[in-house]
Design a protein around this ligand. Structure first.
Ligand code: SAH
Ligand code: SF4
Ligand code: F3S
Length: 482
């Protein structure tokens, strides 16, 4: 028996919970072994699970160790230069490994593969396969081609591919929470962003396949699903009327959320990412209507200044964004968790405009933020038309200011939970101690408490007694007073 796993190298979600590996599979001698390593956003991690399923159908078993792998895939990210740098460093290491094991096949998948295409083969000589995000069904053929000693490339971007019929193999899973991709690509042209070029046009997945996937997860003991898309609010699925068959059907994101929430009250539903220009009251009311839709919205602002937002082509301004925040709080209450992404030092950003980002943060008081210094990406509208004119050290200093403000706000928002009872879904043992359990509350905050008789997958009411900017600490209580 071997534990199949996926090494997490994401910058994003730094969890306090220990990951418990549950997916196991029999390794038979005649099966070839695949090792997948994922970088970047949740969509990429979710894609690796699709890749594992495609490869299993081609008789590959996944392995947790590169040492016994016949094939190594790096599922890569291109969002910032340092994301690509990480992959290049890793490829250098694999280059040495390949010298010792000449039969080893190395594939670069995902956004960096799509961005660089065959250039990657020129730059990184030992790479055998380059496969973009829409070509994963073709991977078994690409591997076969590579086995004959040829280089194999598929970077075709599709307008239809959603992998709707593929049942992902859950990798590195805690057995409780899972991602479900509901759409692919992005049609927004934020001027700084490479995603529309690496993941192609936006397309929505059949809602019935999404509900079925969530239902099967729940039947398997999972208690939380996160619906993923670059811009979930523009989810739109349409089935044209067929002659003599049912009338045409339309499903928008609010309706999809409801369909998933109705599967079972004990199945928590989260989603990411919401775009400020597209979020609707319908979505907010649906969140309010269902207790199992978590009271948390990832709502990236990118900047607090209207001129910068215009240059970024975000298509909303500061006032619009603030109105949306007010609406979220009006409908879902002050304690609705809100997080953001912020970019510092975008082209032409002045010191005053940077101050507007800080003041927006003061206004909102985000629970959490992902913060980045602007990194120019070749081929994007910003790279083509704007000058990357904010010096590196200024970008970094502004970033530090944004981080310091956020740390303060994370603490303040966490302190709001002190003395309150939180409903926590237990994801596993805490990283620091086996005597403690770790889970998340509705607002996506990590909560740690003594294990007692509770176990993974339980919903536990926890009275919060202490907190840091990152974590809530408390003790389980038996009942909740209404
Ligand atoms: N679809 C999501 C974002 C996906 S990319 C949205 O619209 O919000 C994740 C985050 O990376 C972005 O929100 C942005 O903050 C950051 N990012 C994207 N391109 C970047 C760049 N060129 N430099 C620095 N940060 C960038
Ligand atoms: Fe990139 Fe903008 Fe699309 Fe998000 S919405 S993926 S930032 S282009
Ligand atoms: Fe990176 Fe591609 Fe996601 S560029 S952030 S892995 S969509």
């Amino acid at each position: 028996m071997i534990t199949s796993t996926l090494k997490i190298l994401s910058e994003a979600d730094k969890e306090a919970c220990e990951l418990v590996k549950v997916s196991e599979e029999e390794l038979t001698v005649d099966k070839k072994r695949l090792f997948i390593e994922s970088y970047g956003c949740q969509m990429n991690f979710s894609d690796s699970e699709i890749v594992a399923a495609v490869m299993r159908n081609a008789d590959f078993a996944t392995t947790s160790s590169e040492d016994n792998a016949d094939v190594i895939f790096l599922n890569t990210c291109a969002i910032r230069d340092n994301a690509e740098q990480k992959v290049r460093n890793r490829l250098q290491y694999l280059n040495n490994l390949k010298k010792k094991r000449p039969g080893l096949i190395i594939g670069v998948l995902g956004c960096m593969a799509e961005r660089l295409k065959t250039k990657l083969l020129d730059e990184e000589k030992m790479v055998d396969i380059v496969a973009g995000p829409d070509s994963y069904r073709d991977l078994p053929r690409l591997v076969e081609e590579a086995e004959t000693g040829q280089k194999a490339v598929n970077v075709f971007l599709s307008r239809e591919e959603t992998y709707a019929d593929i049942s992902p193999i859950r990798l590195n899973s805690n057995g409780i929470t899972a991602y479900i991709s509901i759409m692919r690509g992005c049609d927004n042209m934020c001027s700084f962003c490479v995603v529309p070029y690496t993941r192609g046009r936006e397309r929505s997945r059949d809602p019935f396949s999404i509900v079925e996937e969530a239902r099967l997860l729940f039947a398997d003991g999972y208690k939380e699903v996160t619906l993923l898309g670059q811009n979930v609010d523009s989810y739109k699925w349409k089935k044209e009327a067929e002659k003599g068959a049912e009338p045409s059907q339309m499903v928008n994101f609010a309706q999809l959320l409801e369909m998933v929430a109705l599967i079972h009250p004990d199945l928590r539903v989260r989603f990411s990412t919401s775009h400020p220009k597209d979020i609707t009251d319908d979505v907010l009311w649906t969140m309010k209507k269902y207790e199992n839709i978590c009271n948390y919205i990832h709502f990236p602002a990118q900047s607090g200044n209207s001129r910068v937002l215009k240059v970024m082509n975000r298509t909303y301004d500061r006032e619009w964004y603030i109105q949306k925040i007010d609406r979220i709080r009006e409908i879902l209450g002050e304690d609705c968790g809100i997080s953001t992404d912020m970019i510092t030092g975008f082209c032409t950003e002045t010191e005053e405009e940077h101050q507007d980002t800080l003041s927006l943060m003061e206004y909102v008081k985000y629970d959490y933020a992902y913060m980045f210094a602007y990194s120019e990406r070749p081929g994007t509208p910003a790279a083509k038309k704007l000058k990357d004119d904010v010096p590196e050290e200024v970008k970094k200093r502004r970033l530090q200011e944004v981080i310091a403000v956020q740390r303060q706000h994370s603490s303040e928002r966490n302190e709001m939970a002190l003395g309150k009872i939180q409903k926590v879904l237990v994801e596993g043992p805490s990283k620091r101690s086996d005597a403690d359990l770790c889970g998340r509350n509705d607002q996506n905050k990590v909560v740690i408490f003594p294990r007692e008789h509770y176990k993974k997958g339980d919903y536990v009411y926890v009275l919060v007694t202490e907190c840091s900017s990152a974590t809530l600490i408390g003790k389980a209580v038996e009942a909740v007073l209404a």
